[in-house]
Design a protein around this ligand. Structure first.
Ligand code: F6P
Length: 543
């Protein structure tokens, strides 16, 4: 497939976006012109509903975007992923995260058995820990689980464990340590008992500096607090594709859960990387999560593009970035349980789409993935929403709402949450004119001169686009579907931008330089080997 940016559909979209900008078309006016807009620009699968009617797009825009998807070969690209083709070309391997939850038709891949065996192994292990059959060095059951990992070996499971906190088993508290800052580990250990703490070292490569440092610190703490080397195996298990390294650390081969090179770190929470989630909520809930993702896989694979949630969301993202000048995307879950979801999406989207070289090695012709940011509502309303409403940037927003709260007794308070969610997207779209602001001020008793002057500051331009994704409830199944939407959305974007969503070469340089700088920081002679600023900072710390 040639670069979609050179396709006819791309050209047509470019012309169309310029024409739209030349017309007085606003999102609000599109609703006036089409009373059925909500129905025509919304779609659902199972308990997940997408309203994309509050976007700066017409029926023609949608047709052109769908035509682009066809011309760009998205249909074949989706089939290629589900077939297990080598779509991660720079690393010469398939991207088979879907195989972790959806059996693939391609029997020759032989990943299905590995996936099932791993799930069974997880189930047996989780059962032992929950029943108290897996004991620590003094025969006491495990009470604390600390997952040590970073990036994909932390963000996904930490986000899911937080989102499903309502279902955590009582007997365990589950924590996540990722930062190489020793404060993170020390503060987590402060409340832990070495006799009843289990560490899960999660690292696909088992070479990641932060994880190895934290794992060593944890082992030191265990040994300093009554444990001995022979007992390390009772308190440390690993999830990794690098078995020899995990064994060298002191982990028993039986307690190493496999990872595979055909799963990217940021797509791996469905694998044994999800072990801390399974420990937190039990295996049935973990399987429910996988089932939700599977429903979305099937939807993505089989549903016509015009009703396909990840396809529509991916095309909209391309519309705003490539044709609308947007360089950031806000993620606004109106759910405290989803407060880590924006951070998870930052890795998923930005590590996947932060590329400037196309699949064929040529420089990309335009922009690629936007900056992704956000936080749980309603908190964001009292911090950064000001910029969304009155700032100068075009920032498409994804609102995520939950129809029914888990806390049924508090459904009235939950209605306040939903009202805020909907009022924010409404305000972003409608805005407030100077005349409306002026009238409001007059009605509040302000004199005419003050009202005229103040009204200018109260204008809200409106016409800011948003999607609203509604989950019927925050069940493990719906969470699985939600995460899979974004995984597939990212793939759609990568196909449109002709980039590889599954490599991350950009993170390597910092790691390489970090090694050298560590040497300089811990040396005894003044540092002069680097640029002036780096030398200066190192010498400043060593003074
Ligand atoms: O930050 C780069 C990265 O390679 C991520 O892609 C990955 O999720 C993370 O490091 C952790 O890697 P590992 O699981 O091998 O420790």
């Amino acid at each position: 497939m040639t670069n979609p940016s050179r396709s006819k559909s791309w050209q047509k979209l470019s012309t169309h976006s310029q024409e739209l900008r030349g017309k007085p078309v606003t999102i609000a006016s599109l609703f006036v012109a089409d009373p059925a807009r909500f129905e025509r620009f919304s779609t659902r699968v199972g308990e997940v509903f997408l309203d994309y009617s509050k976007n700066l797009l017409t029926g023609e825009t949608r047709s052109l975007l769908l035509a682009l998807a066809e011309e760009a070969g998205l249909r074949e690209a989706i089939a290629a992923m589900f077939r297990g083709d080598v779509i991660n070309r720079t690393e010469g391997r398939p991207a088979l995260h879907v195989a972790l939850r959806t059996p693939l038709p391609n029997a020759s891949l032989k990943v299905g058995d590995e996936v099932q065996n791993t799930l069974n192994k997880m189930e047996a292990f989780v059962g032992r820990v929950h029943r108290g059959d897996w004991t620590g060095c003094t025969g006491l059951p495990i009470r604390t689980v600390i997952n040590i990992g970073i990036g994909g070996s932390d963000l996904g499971p930490a986000m899911v464990a937080e989102a499903l906190r309502y279902w955590h088993v009582e007997q365990l508290s589950v924590h996540f340590v990722s930062n190489v800052d020793p404060v993170h580990m020390r503060e987590t250990l402060a409340n832990a008992d070495p006799q009843t703490t289990l560490f899960v070292i999660a690292s696909k490569t088992f070479t990641t500096l932060e994880t190895l440092q934290n794992a060593s610190l944890a082992r030191r703490w265990f040994l300093d607090n009554g444990g001995d080397l022979a007992q390390v195996a009772q308190h440390f298990v690993a999830v990794t594709a690098n078995v020899p390294k995990a064994e060298a650390f002191g982990i028993n081969a039986d307690n190493i859960f496999p990872m595979w090179d055909w799963v990217g770190g940021r797509y791996s929470l469905w694998s044994a990387i999800g072990l801390p989630v399974a420990l937190a909520v039990g295996m049935p809930k973990f399987r429910e999560l996988l089932h939700g993702a599977r429903l979305m896989d099937e939807h993505f694979r089989d549903t016509p593009f015009e009703r396909n949630i990840p396809v529509l969301m991916g095309l909209l993202a391309v519309w705003y970035s490539s044709f609308g000048g947007a360089s950031s995307q806000a993620i606004l879950p109106y759910s405290q349980s989803l407060n880590l979801f924006p951070a998870f999406l930052q890795q998923l989207e930005m590590e996947s789409l932060g590329k400037s070289v196309a699949i064929d090695g040529s420089p990309v012709s335009g922009v690629t993935g936007p900056v992704v940011w956000g936080s749980a509502g309603t908190n964001g309303q009292h911090s950064f929403h000001q910029l969304l409403h009155q700032g100068t940037h075009l920032i498409p927003a994804d609102f995520i709402g939950i129809v029914n709260s888990q806390h049924t007794a508090d459904s009235d308070q939950h209605s306040h949450l939903l009202a805020n969610c909907f009022s924010q997207s409404q305000a972003l779209m409608q805005g407030k004119s100077e005349e409306e602001a002026y009238r409001e001020l007059i009605n509040q008793g302000r004199d005419e001169v003050t009202a005229r002057a103040l009204a200018k500051h109260k204008v809200i331009a409106g016409n800011k686009p948003s999607n609203t994704l509604m989950l019927q409830q925050l069940s493990a199944q719906n969470l699985g579907s939600l995460i899979a939407i974004y995984e597939h959305k990212v793939y759609v974007e990568s196909v449109m931008w002709h980039i590889n969503a599954f490599d991350q070469w950009g993170v390597e340089l910092g790691k390489q330089l970090g090694e050298k700088l560590y040497g300089a920081l811990t040396a005894t002679t003044p540092c002069s080997a680097f640029d002036g600023s780096t030398n200066g900072l190192i010498n400043h710390c060593r003074k």
